[in-house]
Design a protein around this ligand. Sequence first.
Ligand code: PLP
Length: 230
Amino acid sequence: MLKENLKVVQENIEKACYKAGRKTDEVTLIAVSKTKPLSDLEEVLDAGVIEFGENKVQELCDKAEHIKSPVHWHMIGHLQTNKVKYIIDKVTLIHSVDSMKLAKQISKEASKRQVDMDVLAEVNVAEEESKFGLKLTETIDFIKEASKLPNIHIKGLMTIAPFVEEPEDNRPIFKALKELAVNIDSCQIENVSMDILSMGMTNDYMVAIEEGATMIRVGTGIFGERNYKI
Ligand SMILES: *Cc1c(COP(=O)(O)O)cnc(C)c1O
């Protein structure tokens, strides 16, 4: 079942790339496995996916301990500074850096372990109060400052678009994030690249790809609905 879901998502990625005149390999699919059991991850892993996204530190660590094959873990949820130490040597990319306090802590823990940590700046493009993330207008200054920290490398931007019935409604959000990335790129800040644009979820990833997403984070579309009642 999950393999069929995955195939549909992969075909949609191809369609959206074709429509946008982009190459399929420009877009990385992250399978968002939060709340899902290991057996589900293994099924998707077996179909060739190696990028997995989790939004809780504890769950990510538990899963990382049990999945023995070499997968890439993505931290996509809000990260508290006191939990950075648990994931610093486990994750490929932290998508959710939204404060200097957090950037400093990541830098500190990465330096301690002598690793380099790649991160994205999370931008709350729609300025929804319920969401974390930097404001569009404060992102450049944040990145300039965070870029000076050792052992942390800003590789791009991430946004969580609002929940909308009509995916088209999020197109301006994705456009705005892309535009910001282009602006930041033109500043040529040392130790900063804008190669990654992490945007688009189950409901709207095709629109996000058309607007330049290089990483999409798909949960429900692969694993089915989540049940939070445990
Ligand atoms: C849960 C989650 C997703 C995936 O959401 P779906 O709508 O199930 O695809 C993507 N990004 C973040 C940050 C999430 O927390």
